[in-house]
Design a protein around this ligand. Structure first.
Ligand code: NA7
Length: 551
């Protein structure tokens, strides 16, 4: 035993370790408890909620309908919870999460304010050993990384950010107490989904608001509405059918997705369909045609339609022009939904700073200095995104067979089998991993699916006296072949976004998410089981016992 070992506290032995307290981790916690396993769950935040725990910024709101963006595994929760709006705001989402956690008694399994600092596979003992930032050690044969695709906030590499003497806030680490903007000169850097939600909320409250925009996003009207008691009771009566439809859809939700090709209808019909979609709101436009992500010309016509809408709303022609996204396909960057984003620029106190024509040079003690001068600020909000998809699992040491880390494995981008397991990392499972549908479908449907798949795999092992499970290199190559093959056809590659890793300097570039749709993903995951798990190798429990005896 090494010196290091002798000073270490004894590891607590469990059946399953679960990392993360977002939707995936909460469901995993429930599922494995119900299977009678000895579990321990960890969460870095002070409570459950994942992104919704951290992202308390003004205007934070889900951009999928609430009835889709909710658990389907518990009929009790479905019947007892009442959504108030079609697109729930962050406080309501946290109330929902609290309701689920309380109703299913999940918090008692969690250790909060605890960050995992390493997870190491012990090949001889067939166990994962996990260490926390409190110096504790836990070990279990199975480890579930429900660490989420958007959990590592990114601070921009703008010189001087640390020098700013005013209040510096990151949207992804927003304070718990209310933040007042009244009379303040506020700056927002970033105009992705987060920046857009902040701008429309803070614009009317701030003394002056300066929006630092590098790449404009396409945003469409959300047209959020309160949900009536009649609608809620119909949904409750029909949840089973609604969930079934979602599971068999491309997006994992109830948004219709047409197969209609853009040029299969006349220009007049196209215009009328686009106007209808705009009136309908949400992502109706994306669902109106089936080929917008593969037909560049069709895509450009839809983009031009939306640019026209911007010009109709924004009064100052120069601002309108700067807000129009150009140079990348619509929907290739996460499409945003807003309630009054473009209208906000008509307020006299709201100013767009175009960082393409007037780049940010540095953050100073007093504000932001760009080519044309210094803009003094009392508060600077960073809405600069996340080290997405792979960021959480490379942020600490996850060490598999032969001492190889996930960091090393993913040096050329996220790589896994089904987005759930990795060759070289036995018994380590991910929910909403980087090579599943991830950000391209309803993350709650994916989380539930992945946890169910993992639970079935563990049950299979238990029934058959198997101790370890790991994808073969061949199966992983095949899966990544499918992922890359589909990705090549997509226009998503033509935009520089977090979807393709372009927002983090030095990160491997390319689309590694499965773009074949949620229903197809389920089908392929089911096929990996129904062919007798032929893409996986299993180690027997006896070998483990034998190895232990020999050790
Ligand atoms: P995003 O979509 O990654 O947006 C980040 C924004 O921050 C984007 O507009 C970036 O511009 C901007 N940014 C980042 N660094 C800089 C610098 N240095 N200078 C100027 N602007 C900068 O993150 P969000 O949080 O908005 O959304 C993430 C997801 O959450 C969203 O897609 C939904 O799924 C929910 P850039 O594009 O790099 O030019």
């Amino acid at each position: 035993m090494s010196n290091k070992d002798s000073t270490q506290t004894a590891a607590k032995r469990l059946d399953v370790i679960i990392v993360g307290g977002g939707f995936g981790g909460m469901y995993a916690t429930y599922k494995f408890r119900e299977m009678g396993m000895k579990i321990q769950s960890f969460e870095a935040g002070g409570d459950l909620g994942g992104v919704w725990y951290w992202n308390r910024y003004p205007g934070a709101r889900v951009d999928l309908p609430s009835i889709d963006y909710s658990y389907s595994f518990s009929p009790e929760v479905e019947q007892e919870w009442t959504w108030s709006e079609q697109f729930a705001a962050q406080p309501e989402l946290l109330r929902y999460i609290d309701f689920v956690a309380t109703r299913l008694d999940l918090r008692k399994h969690y250790q909060f304010k605890t960050r995992i600092t390493s997870a190491v596979w012990d090949e001889a003992r067939k166990l994962w050993t996990v260490e926390t930032d409190r110096g504790e050690r836990f070990e279990a044969p199975f480890c579930i990384m429900a660490t989420g695709p958007l959990s590592v906030p990114k601070v921009p590499d703008i010189p001087g950010v640390e020098k700013f003497k005013g209040r510096l806030l990151h949207a992804g680490r927003w304070p718990h107490e209310p933040v007042s903007f009244e009379g303040l000169r506020v700056g927002v850097i970033g105009t992705g989904s987060t920046g857009i939600q902040i701008v429309q909320d803070v614009g009317p409250q701030a003394g002056e608001l300066f929006v630092f925009q590098r790449t404009p996003s396409f945003t469409m009207p959300m047209r959020n509405v309160p949900l009536t008691p009649e609608y809620i009771s119909e949904v409750r009566r029909n949840y089973a059918g609604i969930r079934e439809a979602a599971r068999n859809s491309t997006v994992g939700g109830t948004r219709p997705q047409s197969t209609r090709a853009f040029f299969s209808v006349t220009p007049e019909q196209r215009q009328s369909l686009l106007e209808d979609a705009w009136k309908q709101g949400g992502l109706a436009m994306l669902g109106t045609f089936g080929d917008l992500m593969v037909n560049e010309e069709a895509n450009e016509q839809v983009a031009e339609f939306v640019r026209g809408k911007i010009a109709e709303v924004v009064e100052d022609p120069k601002t309108a022009e700067a807000l129009k996204p150009k140079g990348y396909p619509i929907f290739a960057r996460r499409p945003c939904l807003d309630s009054s984003y473009y209208e906000t620029y008509n307020l006299p106190n709201v100013h767009l700073v175009d960082c393409i024509t007037d780049p940010i040079l540095e953050v100073t003690e007093r504000g932001v200095r760009n080519a044309s001068g210094e803009i003094e600020l009392d508060m600077l909000i960073l809405a600069t995104g996340y080290d997405a998809l792979t960021g959480a699992l490379i942020a600490f040491d996850v060490v598999g067979k032969g001492g190889r880390t996930v960091n090393q494995k993913w040096v050329h981008g996220g790589r896994s089998t089904l987005g759930i397991m990795m060759e070289g990392f036995p018994n380590l499972f991910m929910t909403t991993g980087p090579n599943g549908p991830s950000a391209l479908a309803n993350i709650i449907r994916i989380s539930e699916h992945d946890v169910d798949w993992i639970a079935a795999a563990i049950t299979h092992m238990q029934k058959n006296g198997l101790a370890t499970m790991e994808p073969t290199t061949q199966a992983e190559d095949n899966w990544m072949g499918v992922v890359h093959g589909l990705a090549q056809r997509s226009l998503i590659n033509k935009a520089k976004t977090w979807w393709v890793g372009a927002n983090v300097p030095g990160k491997s570039q390319g689309l590694t998410m499965f773009i074949g749709g949620f229903a197809k993903y389920r089908e392929l995951c089911a096929a990996a089981v129904s062919d007798g798990y032929s893409g996986f190798t299993f180690g027997r429990a006896e070998e483990k016992t034998k190895e232990r005896a020999e050790a």
